[in-house]
Design a protein around this ligand. Structure first.
Ligand code: SF4
Ligand code: SF4
Length: 117
């Protein structure tokens, strides 16, 4: 799991240097071609071990710009519950434990602020 930057991004650059895992690239390097900053889901740790909540979201001036990559809803339940670690792919830093204590409601897009450790 990671966070995701939506098309509300205004490319202000406030998040880039806040990321402890260097997972954010600017619009010039966005692999999707979108004119927004981009989070690499293979390396984003949701700031576990570094901050209480995602640092990029805390720095972002645009409400709703940085959201969870997947809503924590019934449709994605298997994905979350099957994961003993955060990432399912081959990314290098994929050893962060999942956080089942984050409620399904808090996983809804846009509610990244509501995470309680
Ligand atoms: S949540 Fe943390 S690790 Fe993930 S992109 Fe944002 S600042 Fe980087
Ligand atoms: S802080 Fe928010 S608006 Fe600014 S570049 Fe990052 S994601 Fe985009």
């Amino acid at each position: 799991m990671s966070v995701r930057i939506t098309d509300l991004c205004i490319s202000c650059d406030a998040c880039l240097d806040e990321c402890p895992t260097s997972s954010i690239v600017d619009d010039d390097d966005n692999p999707t071609g979108e004119d927004t900053y981009y989070v690499d889901p293979a390396t984003c740790t949701e700031c576990i071990g570094d901050h209480e909540t995602p640092a990029c979201q805390a720095a972002c001036p645009t409400d709703g710009c940085i959201v969870w990559d997947l809503p924590f809803d019934d449709a994605n339940r298997a994905h979350y519950e099957a994961s003993s670690v955060y990432k399912l792919g081959d990314g290098a830093d994929n050893n962060q434990p999942s956080r089942p204590e984050i409620s399904m409601e808090d996983r809804e897009a846009g509610d990244v602020d509501s995470v309680v450790e």
